[in-house]
Design a protein around this ligand. Structure first.
Ligand SMILES: Cc1cc2nc3c(=O)[nH]c(=O)nc-3n(C[C@H](O)[C@H](O)[C@H](O)COP(=O)(O)O)c2cc1C
Length: 473
């Protein structure tokens, strides 16, 4: 069963051994996040920090679904469920949208702080990495915004940095739906855009916020589908927006239509700090509401963080659907978390140069977030990186196997390999490595893989496997 709020999820991961309480004092200045960072790098349990220096009574938990085990528990599945099962669960549930329901009040309203009494430094906002531009409050959040001209409500996950007592600066990319709503709807009218930053909702609502979802699609419906139960929403105090009622905290704010402020740099999801401080959207907090004893959430962003797992699933399935819609004979797609969401593995029923070229073209036509794709034949399990690496190393022709495309204006500026100039002009490149056999090679001219399942008769395979079993291996 999916979880109604962060707390029931925490109880579940505690019972599976995937949450550790830390009661000794930790410093909000890098020490707390450093522990979470090492946790990501070592695939450790999540941590709940119960004693934060300078902030008695406050609690923070980190990296809610940064491991496949915690992701499985979030879906209501056994913690040791295999990754393909998690992908399959997401793919099925995302097709069954469930609209949210509105309720009168909720736990997130237990304490209401009006805008004129807000001081963001009253909150235990962590300094996540050395070299960050400031302290980050929104790292694992759910940001609600509404289109100026329609009923479209967007949920996204965008980072927010404390600029001063009442101002936040944030980094929704211009290509993000929040960025699009702001630039297309509110900026031309010179109107402030209301947003609500919800922190500590049920894990699948956050997964939905971070998912690649269609323009004009409401991620609240997707969250309901993933949860297999509607999300309960409650109205904000200072705007017409609705937020998950069970959130630990909600920061209501207005984005200025005519003002930017400095934000970043930040240790980023590809696993590097690679940007500079730059201009970003600026939001004035209009109210904060929270539970009486809130537990804040933190993504200790970097190598193998929560975006590595969450975007692995939602991104790969979005890629699969896009390739299918464009006639690519795709069988499966995997985004390995170790690749910092810069690498996708695509298996196809019919390989060759034409297919590889089409894959890279389709994936870069609008937003180009993935810069490298390995295309493999469908006898290669995309989730088995040993098999993928073997195919890549042996089947990709060093001269003819690369299919490159370059673009300007839509590159992912967080790609660490890009120069500062490329980031500014948003120019970049994507490449598909064709690790498939050319379809015009005759069967007897195509190398046969020297593995049990390829080079031996079914009869020998059967006998070997029986013997294997008898040996208790
Ligand atoms: C932990 C985490 C942090 C993220 N931070 C940002 C961010 O600061 N800016 C951004 O544009 N996207 C960020 N993303 C990616 C977006 O959440 C993702 O692209 C999502 O699809 C955005 O919603 P949208 O497509 O409705 O704009 C983050 C994702 C995760 C998992």
């Amino acid at each position: 069963m999916a979880h109604d709020d962060l707390r029931s999820f925490l109880a579940a991961i505690q019972s599976t051994g995937d949450l550790v309480d830390i009661d000794d004092e930790v410093d909000w200045d890098q020490e707390l996040a450093g522990i979470g960072r090492l946790g990501c790098e070592r695939g450790a349990p999540s941590f709940r920090f119960n004693n934060i220096k300078d902030y008695p009574g406050w609690r923070i938990m980190c990296n809610p679904i940064a491991t496949w085990r915690r992701m499985a528990v979030a879906f209501g599945l056994p913690a040791d469920s295999p990754v393909p099962k998690l992908y399959e669960t997401y793919a099925v549930r995302e097709q069954q949208l469930v609209p949210p329901v509105k309720v009168k009040t909720g736990a997130c309203k237990e304490v209401v702080i009006p805008g004129d009494r807000v001081d963001l430094f009253d909150l235990p906002v962590p300094m996540v990495h050395e070299g960050d531009g400031g302290r980050y409050l929104g790292t694992w959040d759910l940001v609600v915004s509404k289109d100026a001209k329609s009923d479209w409500v967007n949920w996204g996950m965008y980072r927010f940095m404390v600029h001063n007592e009442r101002l936040l600066t944030g980094f929704p990319r211009p290509t993000s739906h929040l960025g699009k709503m702001l630039l297309d709807g509110y900026v031309p009218e010179g109107r402030p855009m209301p947003i609500a930053i919800a922190i500590g909702c049920d894990p699948l609502s956050h997964l939905a916020a971070a998912a690649t979802f269609r323009i004009a699609g409401n991620e609240a419906d997707l969250a309901g589908g993933l949860r297999q139960a509607p999300v309960e929403l409650v109205k904000c105090e200072t705007s017409e927006l609705y937020v998950p009622a069970s959130a630990e905290m909600v920061i209501e704010a207005e984005v200025y239509p005519d003002r930017v402020n400095q934000e970043g740099p930040y240790g980023e999801y590809p696993g590097y700090r690679s940007g500079e401080m730059g201009n970003a959207i600026c939001a004035r907090v209009t109210a904060i509401t929270h539970r009486r004893d809130p537990i804040l959430t933190l993504d200790t962003t970097g190598f193998m963080d929560s975006s590595a797992t969450s975007t692995s699933i939602s991104g790969a399935i979005a890629i699969q659907r896009r390739l299918e819609a464009n006639g690519v004979p795709v069988r499966a797609v995997y985004i390995p978390p170790e690749g910092g969401v810069h690498l996708a593995i695509v298996s196809v029923r019919k390989g060759g140069a034409e297919t590889a070229r089409k894959v890279v073209d389709v994936l870069t036509v609008r937003r180009a977030l993935i810069s490298k794709v390995i295309v493999v034949d469908d006898d290669v399990d995309v989730f088995n990186m040993a098999a993928v690496l073997h195919a890549f190393a042996t089947k990709c022709h060093p001269a003819r196997g690369m299919h490159l495309t370059t673009y300007v204006g839509r590159a992912n500026t967080l790609t660490p390999a890009y120069t500062q100039e490329e980031r500014v002009s948003r120019s970049g490149a994507s490449v598909a490595f064709d690790a498939t056999w050319p379809p015009d090679w005759a069967a007897d001219a195509t190398p046969v893989r020297a593995t049990l399942d390829s080079m031996y008769s079914p009869e020998i395979q059967r006998r070997v496997l029986e013997r294997w079993k008898a040996l208790g291996l």
